[in-house]
Design a protein around this ligand. Structure first.
Ligand code: HXC
Ligand code: NAP
Length: 266
């Protein structure tokens, strides 16, 4: 169920970095359903053109590595060249693997920081003069690891924490031009590459879900609804914020502290 009208994003243009699979592809599809013209970008050109075909005939599938500023800028220029000034830019490309810090080489650590944090800078810096202003809305996809440390995730924790501060700085610097910059912090989302890496078994998935206040993983479509809200006119006075779409995960471990005795209902 969605609270948004079918033509909410008619006449808008959107560029989604990392929009060729998972959560970001879900966001891209939802924007297109609501009438936006959508470009998605990832490293793999075939994956990008398949994603564009899934989104719809007007969608553009582009190939760039967000670690490379010039390539990222070229993809943004291609999208703006085809669609016109950009109203919406989402930075969601990310990399992850599970390893203790001592099993990470300097290059392993740098790789994730480079994709997630430097990539977000490249996407946002690269799109700035291609935006329709005032009114453009930018979203970075961050994660709970930005705030809550997680073992085996030193690279992601550092990178996503940097993204959270980048969001706030750009919200301040670009607010006067009418550009809003926000983040979404998804919790564990079902059926994604991220969770396949972090929680690969049924047992680990059940154990993790049992700690979440809402007692389940989220759906890609639920993150997409948050992404619609943040670019909609309803959020016109919202900038520099990070919307947790995580079932309450960031609040902490919500297993019943009374154990067998049980919490009182409610
Ligand atoms: C230790 C590892 C490793 C592992 C890679 N490396 N995997 N080190 N343990 N499991 C090291 C390599 O040895 C190498 O270091 C360095 O990392 C770079 O590896 P490459 O394979 O050359 O990098 P690249 O081809 O650029 O691929 C980047 C990647 C890859 C991050 C390693 O996994 C990728 O492309 N991921 C994209 C998809 C993805 O991760 N999706 C999930 C996003 S979810 P050396 O020293 O050997 O050169 C997410 C979740 C957040 O972000 C939070 C969820 C709750
Ligand atoms: P995913 O399916 O692996 O999507 C990653 C996307 O980024 C793909 O389109 C990938 O395409 C692209 N990408 C990766 N490296 C890139 C690079 N260097 N340059 C350009 N594009 C690149 O991931 P997901 O699990 O849906 O996660 C999506 C976002 O949500 C990420 O920011 C992640 O940190 C965040 N998040 C996810 C969860 C979760 O539960 N999954 C929870 C919290 C936060 P190519 O491989 O073709 O490049």
């Amino acid at each position: 169920m969605s609270a948004f009208k079918d033509n909410l994003l008619a006449g808008k243009t959107a560029f989604i970095a990392g929009g060729t699979s998972g959560i970001n592809l879900g966001i891209a599809k939802r924007y297109a359903e609501l009438g936006a013209k959508v470009a998605v970008a990832g490293r793999n050109p075939e994956k990008a053109s398949n994603a564009a075909a899934e989104i719809g005939s007007e969608a553009l599938g582009l190939s760039c590595d967000v670690r490379d500023y010039a390539a990222t800028r070229a993809a943004l220029e291609e999208a703006a060249g085809k669609f016109g000034p950009l109203d919406i830019v989402v930075s969601g490309a990310a990399g992850n693997f599970v390893a203790p810090a001592l099993a990470m080489s300097a290059n392993g650590f740098r790789t994730v920081v480079d994709i997630d944090l430097n990539g977000t800078f490249n996407v946002f810096r690269g799109c700035r003069d291609l935006l329709r202003t005032p009114g453009a809305a930018l979203i970075a996809i961050t994660a709970g690891q930005a705030v809550k440390p997680a073992m085996l995730q030193a690279h992601v924790c550092a990178a996503k924490a940097g993204i959270n501060q980048l969001i706030r700085v750009l919200a301040m610097e670009w607010g006067p031009s009418g550009v809003r910059v926000n983040g979404i912090s998804p919790g564990p989302i079902a059926g994604t590459e991220g969770m396949a890496r972090l929680s690969p078994t049924e047992a680990s998935t059940r154990a993790l879900a049992a700690r979440i206040p809402l007692r389940r993983y989220g759906e890609i479509s639920e993150v997409a609804e948050s992404a619609v809200f943040l670019v909609s006119d309803s959020a016109r006075y919202v900038t520099g914020t990070i919307l947790d779409c995580d079932g309450g995960s960031q609040l902490g471990d919500a297993r019943d502290p009374l154990g067998e005795q049980g919490l009182q209902p409610g």
